[in-house]
Write a protein that binds this ligand. Structure first.
Ligand code: DCP
Ligand code: MG
Length: 660
């Protein structure tokens, strides 16, 4: 199990100790790994690279956030805290009243999924350390490889350094989809409305099936796992059974691989379980949130969230504090969510940073035109316009305006967008985005094309019914103080295939139910952890809320699909990463950011986009017929050559390759 990360302490003689990336986070099967050795190798292999610098920048920002939180904490008087404690006591009563112990939820997650599927089709891989992916990035590793510290989202060349005998198998997404379908057929027998997460996991409400068949949750879990094993011809999975989805997910990781854990459905068992659970175990609490809670507030376990509830309510927005408190009480979702409908539509462009106002206005006009075109195509009108900017120094700004009427006209959009932009000038900008939200529901519901979109979403992948527990997903999206910046950085070159991407955005934008809810959601989005701008806003006023006139609002929740084509495929390098891998996606975006910075720095000749650069490099490779080891990478051309950003490390990697 993931032990989370230790606090950032730095010993000058062992600098890697404070170098915590996703590569060094433990996953199931990595319990005995020498973490320090892994950290040292990862550190040494990436030191000096752009990736490394980016990690350092993120670390510095995080430390800044922690300091700010400490300062705010120190300013709280004891009477403040005793007032907040009253709020906590009242909220505990209210939250307790919502506790539902009547349902039995099961979370199932396949073991080393891609790797297990590959082993099924090539049994000679059995028992040998292997990873699915390539030198630039691996998607997963089997449990044999994990003993060496090899894990998903790690560049393959680092993995090979950790485990020289590592066998690489290229990613074969259609094959995993096929096996995923087989598992879903089994899940349906237990809950026809099961909620699929990524390809290899699902939540099932097994209350009825337990009742009908007079079996316990544990017995159903055993049966389901054995059925998955036989229907797939040998794949194993792990399961967690608990009163709600949040707990069931935590439980499914406890006895991985090929195991299960049942948490009894009574309050005392739940409270005992949750009280000592490390906060990082909770879906929705990522690295940044973990560090802020741990390092600034000394909240290490879920139980601490209740004990220190007054601090949480004093320092965070109510929705964040409510989330933390409900986690501390072991509460989670127990209902089956409805299909979500579209929430917003947007267009954006990245370009070489410029302060030339004429150019910026002309970009804005193009974007307004594209957005209007898309809205007309989908029969949408909306009345909240948001302008998003990324400045030359990667600062993200969002400004919103509520329009007098619903519209989709490019003239209207441009008129208001121009006002928003004007207020920001002069500034050097590298990205402009426009988003329209708060749709006219009447038109929407009477518009047949809308039905088609929803149908498309549902048909395309039933997992999109709801990819995660909302409680955790929303928080994760908004708590990572670096995420806006980092996620935006992923659009470095999407101009190249913009039309295709826009199509994907239209199809896969994040969905919600009504404009009111959307608005509420934006207001409620936890602000403290969304970066400096939101920190400032939070300090100014907690009561400043709805999207009236020009004001800062939070993130563009639909940005991800611009990078993740069809919801899972990185448009820059083709790697496939399901939406629920929030942190891994973050790392992957960083990867591309580093690449982009590298390109920018190495002068005009390297201003080629990653896509075209990839093509050129591919050609060179073919022409020079270098006798590099293929490492079983049929699809290596899909990956960006690692040396575009890991200059030093790549050298090591090549040396390694030649040695082999
Ligand atoms: N995946 C990916 N990239 C990541 C993480 C995962 O492509 N960064 C893919 C490969 C995995 C699959 O998703 O096989 C499921 O992810 P899990 O986190 O469930 O990992 P595994 O199933 O591989 O291992 P386990 O669940 O046993 O820990
Ligand atoms: Mg899995």
């Amino acid at each position: 199990m993931d032990e989370g990360e230790s606090s950032s302490t730095n010993s000058p003689s062992r600098p890697w100790e404070s170098y915590n990336t996703v590569f060094t986070n433990a996953k199931a099967g990595m319990e005995g790994v020498d973490k320090e050795k892994v950290q040292r190798i990862v550190y040494e292999m990436s030191k000096g690279s752009k990736y490394f610098q980016n990690e350092e920048r993120k670390e510095a920002l995080m430390k800044q956030e922690i300091e700010l939180m400490r300062d705010r904490c120190a300013k709280l008087s004891s009477s403040d805290l005793s007032n907040y404690q009253k709020v906590v006591d009242r909220r505990i009563l209210e939250l307790e009243a919502t506790r539902d112990l009547s349902r039995v939820w099961l979370h199932v997650d396949m073991d080393a999924f891609y790797a297990a599927v590959e082993t099924l089709s090539n049994p000679s891989l059995k028992g040998k350390p292997m990873a699915v992916g390539g030198l630039s990035m691996i998607s997963t590793a089997n449990y044999e490889a994990r003993k060496f510290g090899v894990r998903a989202a790690m560049p393959g060349f680092i993995a090979r350094k950790l485990c020289p005998d590592l066998i690489f198998v290229p990613v074969d997404f259609p094959k995993y989809t096929h096996y995923s379908d087989l598992t879903r057929k089994v899940f349906k027998n237990y809950d026809p409305n099961f909620i699929a997460g990524s390809l290899d996991e699902a939540y099932l409400d097994i209350t009825e099936v337990c009742r009908e068949r007079g079996l316990s949750g544990g017995e159903i879990a055993e049966e389901l796992r054995s059925s998955v094993h036989s229907e797939t011809g040998g794949l194993t999975c792990s399961a967690g059974v608990a009163a709600n989805r949040l707990l069931a997910k935590v439980c499914s990781d406890i006895n991985k691989p090929n195991g299960q854990f049942v948490l009894q459905n009574d309050r005392s068992s739940v409270m005992t379980f949750i009280s000592s659970l490390p906060i990082r175990k909770i879906g929705g609490i990522g690295k940044v949130t973990e560090h802020i809670l741990k390092d600034a507030l000394e909240i290490k376990t879920c139980g601490d969230m209740v004990l220190k509830g007054s601090l949480l309510y004093a320092l965070f927005t109510q929705s964040s504090a409510d989330f933390f408190l409900s986690v501390g009480l072991g509460l989670g979702k127990t209902d089956t969510p409805e299909v979500r409908s579209r929430k917003s539509i947007s267009s954006e462009r990245t370009f070489a940073a410029t302060g030339d106002e004429r150019l910026l206005y002309s970009k804005l006009a193009e974007i307004a035109e594209m957005l209007s075109h898309d809205m007309k195509k989908e029969g949408l009108t909306a009345r909240t316009l948001t302008l998003k900017l990324k400045t030359a120094s990667f600062e993200i700004r969002s400004r919103a305006v509520s329009l007098q009427r619903y519209t989709c006209s490019s003239e209207d959009i441009l008129k208001h967008a121009t006002k928003l932009l004007k207020a920001e000038l002069p500034v050097s900008i590298r990205l402009i985005g426009l988003r329209m939200s708060q749709f006219n529901e009447e038109i929407r519901h009477s518009d047949p094309s809308q039905g088609t979109i929803t149908k498309f979403i549902v048909q395309k992948d039933s997992s999109r019914q709801n990819l995660d527990d909302n409680d955790s997903f929303d928080l994760e999206a908004s708590t990572n103080c670096l995420s806006n910046d980092e996620r935006l950085s992923s659009y470095a070159s999407h101009d190249t295939s913009y039309d295709q991407l826009k199509e994907d955005v239209v199809k896969y934008e994040e969905q919600s139910v009504t404009p009111e809810q959307e608005c509420k959601k934006e207001e409620e989005r936890p602000q403290v952890l969304e970066g400096d701008a939101l920190l400032r806003k939070h300090k100014e006023s907690k009561s400043e809320t709805s999207a009236q006139n020009t004001e800062a609002v939070s993130v563009f929740p639909q940005m991800e699909p611009l990078l993740w084509v069809n919801g899972y495929k990185c448009n820059l390098c083709g790697i496939e990463l399901p939406p629920s891998f929030v942190e891994e996606r973050q790392e992957h975006s960083d990867f591309h950011l580093a690449q982009r910075l590298q390109n920018e720095e190495s002068g005009p000749s390297s201003s080629t986009t990653p896509t075209s650069k990839r093509r050129i490099l591919g050609k060179e490779k073919a022409n020079s017929k270098q006798k590099k080891q293929k490492l079983n990478q049929k699809d290596d051309s899909k990956h960006i050559p690692i040396h575009t950003f890991f200059t030093k490390s790549n050298q090591n990697s090549n040396d390694e390759t030649q040695k082999k």
